[in-house]
Design a protein around this ligand. Structure first.
Ligand SMILES: Cc1cc2nc3c(=O)[nH]c(=O)nc-3n(C[C@H](O)[C@H](O)[C@H](O)COP(=O)(O)OP(=O)(O)OC[C@H]3O[C@@H](n4cnc5c(N)ncnc54)[C@H](O)[C@@H]3O)c2cc1C
Length: 470
């Protein structure tokens, strides 16, 4: 009998796991699988709208190039020719403060400058902040000696290196733009691991980056994406899967363990329900590739302590993407977009000048832009006339804009799990519990990273392990 595996959730994590299982089948491993997806489409948060030469992203618009796993997968899927890279020559990120767009100085890697000279004329920082920056390399020995073993918040880490102003002006909005979270709670070991390593090795983060640059490491483009949007990746993954193994509109309601197997109960409608009745709902192994709150719900009855460990807060996100007509001029400056400091004139967290960040996001002469709300603002905005409100906020920042051709709005409830201090220890404890339950793998963005490359690497490794484990 082939080993049977259920993949639950058809976002990038579930699709990458299903793809890897298909590869294992093709390599002769005796395994079958079924993917259950609650909604009527695959891709989850990856959601690209393409129309008339515009590419509007409702979720991720690319991934960090430093992590190879999404690029490698794209190449395996035959999308190598369609890989595109951010227009780093034009890269400027602005901070919106007191109604003004102030550019981050050149050469910043998050809140760490590689070129201290670039800070001199920056209107973003006071003399005191510049002094903190200049002093940080001189404190390298002290910072290295005192590098804590224990986890700490991003706020505490950034403040130790660069002081409060840098934390509030750059650190908090940058992290907010990625996680929609509060830097006073986010775990530095979980969300800024490379910087923790740099501190342990060099003490000073500035010295660490400068040493790397001197070592001649060829700088990569910061972000990678695909010509027709990130949805091209999930689309290509889907085409590699046998339609018989995919069940849409099938929400897994509960999960039980009996007789050495997993029993899945699902809900479904119409023809899909009929096709489901013909399929066994018992599996040898289960891969849950779900939002962490849904994983927690499914595991509650099986192991309440494990479920309690999965109580991870989540931040909601709402994106509003606009296609602007060809021929119209837009008033925003060159660059990738801006991050808004809290307490300012707008409720948005950030805006991306999409066609300036990547090529192929609008037809020649056209433009596209995306506004991003996070946390409680995202939840509040979804009840309002968000298309008009977000546009009015954008106009308040950049000036009058042409009437958009069309708009794409996406709301992602609790989509970004918050990795709070001690997240890694908690996940180690989660793993110990999971190992006791039988063949179960927890995937998705609640565990070992929220970015696409991490999710793909993790899902493929788990699928391999599940297929090979006899
Ligand atoms: C606005 C936004 C922008 C982002 N930008 C980037 C970016 O630029 N780069 C980057 O790398 N990352 C980005 N991220 C993060 C990244 O997109 C997500 O972490 C990732 O897409 C999550 O994938 P997933 O497969 O874990 O979960 P999801 O995409 O949430 O998929 C889970 C799937 O499970 C299904 N499901 C739920 N319950 C059940 C059930 N009971 N039974 C069956 N199916 C169920 C859902 O319908 C869904 O399809 C962004 C996230 C957001 C919200």
């Amino acid at each position: 009998m082939p080993k049977s595996i259920a993949v639950v959730g058809g976002g990038i994590a579930g699709l990458a796991a299903a793809y890897e299982l298909t590869r294992q089948q093709q390599a002769g491993v005796d395994v079958t699988f079924t993917l259950f997806e609650a909604s009527d489409r695959l891709g989850g948060i990856v959601d690209t709208v393409r129309q008339d030469g515009y590419v509007l992203e409702g979720g991720p618009d690319g991934w960090v190039s430093e992590k190879p796993w999404a690029r490698e997968l794209a190449i395996e899927l035959g999308l190598g020719e369609d890989l595109i890279y951010s227009n780093d020559g034009e890269r400027v990120t602005y901070i919106l403060r007191d109604g003004r767009l102030l550019p981050l100085p050149d050469g910043m890697r998050m809140m760490v400058p590689t070129d201290l000279g670039a800070l001199d004329n920056s209107p973003l920082f006071s003399d005191e902040a510049r002094h903190w920056y200049r002093n940080e390399p001189l404190r390298a020995a002290e910072l290295k000696a005192n590098a804590p073993d224990a986890d700490e918040s991003v706020a505490s880490f950034v403040e130790r290196h660069f002081g409060r102003e840098v934390l509030e002006t750059v650190g908090a909005p940058l992290l907010n733009g990625v996680f929609g979270g509060d830097v006073r709670h986010l775990s530095v070991q979980a969300v800024m691991q490379p910087f923790v390593q740099m501190e342990r090795e060099f003490g000073s983060l500035i010295v660490a980056l400068q040493t790397r640059a001197r070592a001649g490491r060829v700088p990569q483009p910061i972000f990678t994406s695909l010509r027709r949007g990130v949805g091209q990746l999930t689309g290509a993954l889907t085409t590699t899967l046998s339609p018989d193994s995919l069940l849409l509109n099938q929400r897994v309601l509960n999960l039980q363990r009996a007789d050495g197997q997993w029993h899945l109960h699902t809900t479904g409608t119409g023809d899909v329900q009929a096709s489901l009745r013909a399929k066994p709902l018992r599996f040898d192994a289960v891969l849950l590739a779900l939002p962490v709150w849904e994983t927690r719900r499914l595991l509650q009855a099986l192991d309440p302590i494990l479920a309690a460990l999965l109580e991870t807060p989540g931040s909601s996100a709402l994106t509003v993407a606009y296609a602007l007509p060809t021929g119209a001029t837009v008033p925003w400056p060159k660059g990738f977009g801006f991050l808004a400091l809290p307490g300012g004139p707008v409720r948005m967290l950030a805006a991306t000048f999409a066609d300036q960040k990547f090529a192929h996001r609008a037809p020649a002469g056209g433009h596209s832009v995306r506004v991003y709300y996070g946390g409680s603002e995202a939840e509040a905005m979804r009840h309002e006339d968000v298309r008009a409100l977000a546009y009015a906020e954008l106009e308040r920042v950049v000036g009058p804009l042409p009437t958009p051709l069309y708009t794409s709005v996406r709301y992602w409830p609790l989509a970004l799990p918050q990795y709070h201090v001690d997240h890694l220890q908690r996940i180690a404890e989660v793993n110990r519990h999971v190992a006791q339950l039988g063949e179960l793998h927890l995937l998705g963005n609640g565990f070992r990273g929220v970015g696409l490359p991490d999710l793909i690497r993790d899902a493929r490794a788990a699928a391999c392990a599940a297929a090979m484990n006899r």
